[in-house]
Structure formats: C-alpha cells, structure tokens
Design a protein. Structure first.
Length: 68
C-alpha cells in the first residue's frame, strides 16, 4: 500500500434556535495520495486505481478475496 494513512478531523457548524450554534467534530481515517498529499478517500476503495488530482497510480495492498 503506497497511500498515506492519517486521521482527518471534520468540523461542521449546527445552527439552532435562539443562536445556540454548536460545532460538532468527527474524526475518521483518511487516505492521502503519496505524490500530491491530497485526500483520496475516507474508506479503502479498491476500484480507485489512480489519484483524481495528479493521476498517480494507487495501490491499496492485497485484496481480501486473494487472502482467503
């Protein structure tokens, strides 16, 4: 696997009544392209063969079907 595995924190503002605005944070895994360092996906997508930004070939590691 040549992708960079990292944790991504996403912040979203929720608007409520009477100006009770709250910010919710969610932390999830993220996979970055090794060449351009941009976010490729939040979950492993084995069908995704190339980076959509720089056209770098991606390898997700061994398939689960081949391991069985």
């Amino acid at each position: 696997m040549n992708l960079i595995e990292t944790k991504v924190t996403r912040r979203r503002m929720k608007y409520g009544a009477m100006r009770k605005n709250t910010i919710t944070e969610s932390v999830s895994k993220g996979y970055l392209c090794p060449k351009c360092k941009k976010l490729v996906s939040y979950v492993p997508v084995r069908r995704l063969r190339r980076c959509v930004y720089c056209n770098q070939e991606l390898s997700w590691g061994p398939d689960q079907d081949e391991a069985d």
